[in-house]
Design a protein around this ligand. Structure first.
Ligand code: MBD
Ligand code: FE
Length: 311
């Protein structure tokens, strides 16, 4: 039989007690957030009549998720990362800030400490021979449309198997393979050669995949390349591009695809283009400019200092 007890005064007092609202110690903000989240959870258990078996299955899943280190992976899967982006977009709109290059989610696989290279970098270690050669380049601009000399272009992507260096279960990639920090030249230009990545899939059999499957969803991302773009006086931009033509471009489990972030991929097979690019053979070219926005009252009002891996 279904019962609802949420509104009872003793349950409401209990919520205040478990949130420490009756205690002087601790963090007022932590109390506020936990009181709200626990209230919403109690209410959901009550209204959906969540059974003890359902509840304890959820707890076992949370433990499994933590052991696998996948809280940062289910987070984009459940749309929270994209929701935070939408909130930052709305804050920008309220401040009259126009992000000519859209932001999109960072994801859980950035590693700090990549080699720093001036102007042009090679990202791949040459071991993944299945990928098509890629030449990507462009200019970093400020909101006045001027190039930003010395802008920092941090770039990272996975290999043709969908594995990122430092998170590769097969361990074959060199440290910082397909990860670099490129310093733009005096004209604000960056460029790199690499190979076209393939899409990423969440680990098979993982708790993340189990939940997505329970929702009738999949855990695949289209091929994509991540960026942090930063420069003095500018807000740091977190974004990605998708590789046009990937069938999952508009079916991303992490909900990162946005208009303006799917540049054209131009194939070059002629000897003159290959020689001009200084490459060994046919290649794909992506031209993509990044547009930054200035600090707000001298500050990056949206800087995110989340815990990140470093090597
Ligand atoms: C990725 O490569 C990624 O970019 C995101 C957002 C989630 C999982 C893997
Ligand atoms: Fe990624």
């Amino acid at each position: 039989m279904s019962v609802t007890i949420f509104d009872q005064p003793d349950v409401q007092a209990f919520l205040r007690e478990i949130s420490g609202l009756d205690k002087p110690d601790g963090s007022p903000r932590a109390k506020q957030i936990i009181h709200r989240l626990m209230s919403d959870l109690f209410k959901a258990i009550d209204e959906l009549d969540i059974t003890p078996d359902e509840y304890w299955a959820g707890i076992a899943w949370v433990n499994e998720l933590g052991i696998a280190g996948q809280a940062g992976l289910i987070s984009p899967g459940l749309g929270l990362d994209h929701f935070l982006d939408l909130r930052m977009d709305a804050q920008d709109a309220a401040l009259g800030i126009d992000n000519k290059t859209p932001r999109t989610i960072e994801g859980p696989l950035y590693v700090a400490g990549a080699p720093v290279v001036q102007g042009h970098a090679r990202l791949d270690d040459g071991r993944d021979t299945d990928g098509q050669l890629l030449l990507m380049h462009g200019t970093v601009f400020n909101d006045a449309g001027q190039p930003v000399p010395g802008a920092q272009v941090e770039v990272w992507h996975c290999d043709t198997r969908g594995f990122y260096s430092h998170f590769d279960p097969t361990g074959v990639q060199a440290p910082f393979n397909m990860r670099r920090t490129i310093i733009a030249d005096q004209q604000g230009r960056y460029s790199f050669r690499s190979i076209l990545p393939n899409g990423y899939g969440v680990p098979p059999g993982s708790p993340t995949e189990k939940l997505l499957f329970a929702l009738g969803r999949h855990g695949q991302r289209p091929a994509h390349i991540h960026f942090f773009i930063s420069a003095d006086g500018q807000r740091k931009l977190t974004t990605q591009i998708n590789i046009a033509g990937d069938p999952l471009v508009n079916d991303d489990f992490a909900h990162a695809t946005r208009d303006g972030l799917v540049p054209e991929v131009v194939e070059h097979g002629d000897a003159a283009s290959i020689a001009a690019a200084g490459l060994e053979g046919p290649f794909a070219e992506i031209v993509f400019d990044f547009h930054l926005t200035p600090l707000v009252q001298g500050e990056d009002n949206q800087i995110c200092e989340r815990p990140r891996a470093a090597a």
